[in-house]
Design a protein around this ligand. Structure first.
Ligand code: IVH
Length: 671
């Protein structure tokens, strides 16, 4: 096979597997048997091994959506992980209460808990150390995902407190906060990757990834809700929750101990609307009999305990009419279809629009003009169309056809191989792309320019004041024109000009991210800045030099070369350089390798085996930690080596400052 044919075959496999993954995880409509999928994945992995030069860094062999790769060790659960019976209405719950009372009488309490919408996990601790984390699997055995779970900041690796049993198991739910989900999913979409349908799928996909380093970049969280041990340690579930909280576990503050089923129903109705105010999704309430002795009396059915049940909230849903489909153009030129709906009240807000994600979603729904559609609002802020009410469709209705030109500049859209989104290629002339790029540049994560906001950029563009990033740095020469803008007073202009001036000191990595080069997100920009030091090296780097940088693959490298091949981009860089922006890494700049130690303080004392004190200091600072000069109650960790001064040791012990070894410090960063 010629080398070109190999590359073509690999690209085709990536595209095909991505499509199947999308169908499976996002559309929940598999289009291939698991076995066939695995065979194709294997074929791709083999080709990637033979031709690493063609391997796509985002290849489906590198990422796991759910259960695709099965390279985890299977572990049998000591206590089977059962599921819960579901109820959907008051009567079901009263029936449950009746069954409980028949078995144990009237003298008992219930604990009401939120039902977190994630995936359950079993954690085993031995001698206060986390030794194993296992997924539910089929309930009898699951996957050992310990190293991935160790990346979750709210799961303690070491416990604190007295009377902790030598060995016990604790269960909880791993989930992703909605804000993190939305942010990361947007980044995925921008990179042309398959977006996840909801935070639960994202969390599940993350826990099953092969690379813990990748997992650590996706913030997961975990609430614990059940303790198991050989010896019975507590009389009630409530007591166990309060105690494990003291050991360092993240236990929800929203649980409630109640006396009867009426109180349970009140709790349920309180959370029916309150739940939308949480930063994460819940899909119901779990009700548990409090006393362990009574739980034992009630026992289990084959599938679930008789002492607990869940109440599931219905996703709020209404029908309304699709008025038209419009298209939004993003900064990268990606064109997203939006359903404009006849306004309708849903879960307390008026819904007028719903996202349609991409062209495939329109096909999946089979949308026709003026269709009556079912709109659902789960935890998400943006509602979605679930399906069409076919009974309401007129026989003359025409199918909605995804646009083939840009709604803003009329340019014919393109779709790259293997990508779901259509793009407007007119990046220099398409207004939302021009405005979006400048908005991205001034954004908090990029140049973070004070006194400038998205609307101001829009207004400036309308008035011909800015059409390129570099124009921002020449605004001070246009002060007269600025004053003519409504609600833009002298003070605001002064603030803005100061913000722009200050931004000239912003670090190279932020500037690089701000340029908005395709596939160059925050992390990639950081790596490139660290690897190549300045813009000139970056602009002339070969594909080999680019891919030699940690985590930079072929697709990113090509995108960088493409960016610097365009004269208009080079011109921008010349102008920005002339304005005095930082196009190289400052010598004394601490380049963050990770943010794992952000907010944490350290004192280093003694002599170490593997690193010098200076090296340890650099390691801490590169990962966002701070070195303090002395031991105080504020100190988070004392990194203790040999021959440490006795007075330091005494002070740290007195103030309860945890002592950690060199290895434990490295572990904190590597996990
Ligand atoms: S207790 C015997 N408490 O819901 C089952 N489960 O449908 C013990 N879940 O597999 C589970 N929040 O993944 C319990 N507060 C909570 C929960 C919870 C979410 C999940 C868990 C479980 C599923 C049962």
């Amino acid at each position: 096979m010629s080398i070109f044919a190999v590359k073509e075959q690999m690209d085709a496999l990536v595209a095909e597997l991505n499509q199947h993954t999308y169908n499976y995880y996002v559309l929940a409509m598999p289009t291939i048997a698991d076995y066939e999928f695995d065979k194709k994945l294997e074929e791709l992995a083999k080709l990637e091994k033979e031709h690493p030069e063609f391997a796509d860094p985002n290849s489906p062999t590198q990422k796991v959506g759910g259960d695709i790769t099965k390279n985890f060790i299977t572990v049998k659960h000591k206590w089977p992980m059962l599921s819960l019976g579901n109820t959907y209405n008051e009567q079901d719950l009263r029936d449950f209460d009746e069954r409980v009372r028949k078995a144990i009488g009237d003298d008992f309490e219930y604990v009401c808990e939120l039902k977190f919408d994630g995936l359950s996990i079993s954690l085993t601790y031995e001698n206060v150390v986390l030794v194993r984390a296992v997924t539910r699997g089929d309930g009898t055995q699951g996957d050992d995902v310990t190293s991935n779970i160790k990346t979750i900041h709210t799961i303690p690796h070491h416990l604190k407190g007295d009377e902790i049993p030598d060995i016990f198991e604790i269960r909880g739910e791993v989930f992703m906060h909605r804000a993190a989900f939305e942010k990361l999913n947007k980044e995925r979409e921008e990179l042309g990757e398959v977006a996840y349908a909801n935070p639960r799928n994202f969390a599940a996909g993350t826990v099953k990834m092969q690379d813990s380093k990748e997992v650590s970049k996706r913030p997961l969280d975990c609430f614990l809700y059940a303790l198991n041990s050989e010896k019975q340690l507590f009389k009630t579930h409530w007591e166990s929750l309060q105690t494990v909280k003291k050991w360092g576990f993240n236990v929800s503050d929203h649980s409630k101990l109640v006396n009867n089923i009426d109180d349970v129903l009140e709790f349920i109705s309180e959370w029916e609307n309150q739940r939308f105010k949480l930063s994460y999704d819940i899909d119901g309430i779990v009700i548990k009999v409090n006393s362990y002795a009574q739980q034992q009396e009630l026992g289990f059915t084959a599938k679930s305990p008789r002492w607990a049940i869940s109440y599931k909230y219905k996703a709020a849903e209404v029908q309304t009419v699709l008025e038209k489909v419009t298209y939004q153009v993003g900064r990268t030129g990606a064109v997203t279809p939006v359903a404009n709906l006849k306004p309708v009240l849903l879960a307390g807000t008026t819904v007028k629009r719903a996202t349609l994600h991409n062209a495939d979603e329109i096909i999946r729904l089979g949308l026709h003009e003026n269709d009556t559609v079912f709109v659902e609002k789960g935890g998400e802020i943006i509602p979605k169309i679930i399906k069409v009410n076919l009974e309401q469709r007129k026989s003359t209705a025409l199918p909605i056809v995804y646009t083939n030109h840009c709604p803003e500049c009329e340019t014919t859209l393109i779709r790259k191989e293997g990508e779901v989104a259509f793009y407007c290629p007119n990046d220099e002339g398409c207004p939302p792309q021009i405005v979006g790029k400048i908005q991205h540049f001034i954004g908090r994560k990029a140049m973070n320019i004070d006194g400038l906001g998205d609307e101001t950029i829009e207004a400036f563009y309308q008035r011909g004041l800015v059409s390129h990033i570099s124009d921002l740095y020449f605004l001070k020469e246009k002060a007269d024109k600025l004053k003519t803008i409504e609600r833009f007073g002298e003070k605001s202009i002064e603030n803005m000009l100061k913000g722009i001036e200050d931004s000239k000191q912003m670090t190279f990595e932020k500037l690089l991210f701000g340029l908005g080069i395709r596939y160059v997100g925050e992390t990639v920009a950081k790596k490139l800045a660290r690897g190549l030091k300045n813009i000139d090296n970056l602009a002339k780097a070969s594909i080999e030099e680019l891919t030699a940088v940690d985590e930079i693959g072929g697709r990113i490298a090509e995108s960088i070369q493409d960016y610097f091949s365009k004269p208009e981009h080079l011109q921008q860089i010349v102008l920005l350089k002339a304005a005095g922006l930082q196009f190289e890494v400052a010598e004394n700049e601490v380049l963050l390798q990770s943010d794992k130690l952000i907010g944490k303080t350290f004192v280093i004392s003694g002599v170490f085996e593997k690193h010098s004190r200076e090296e340890l200091k650099a390691i801490i600072e590169e990962n966002g930690g701070k070195i303090l000069s002395g031991i105080s109650a504020k100190l988070d960790f004392l990194v203790a080596g040999d021959n440490m001064g006795p007075s330091k040791l005494e002070k740290a012990t007195k103030l309860n400052v945890p002592l950690i070894s060199e290895e434990q410090l490295i572990e904190m960063i590597e996990l």
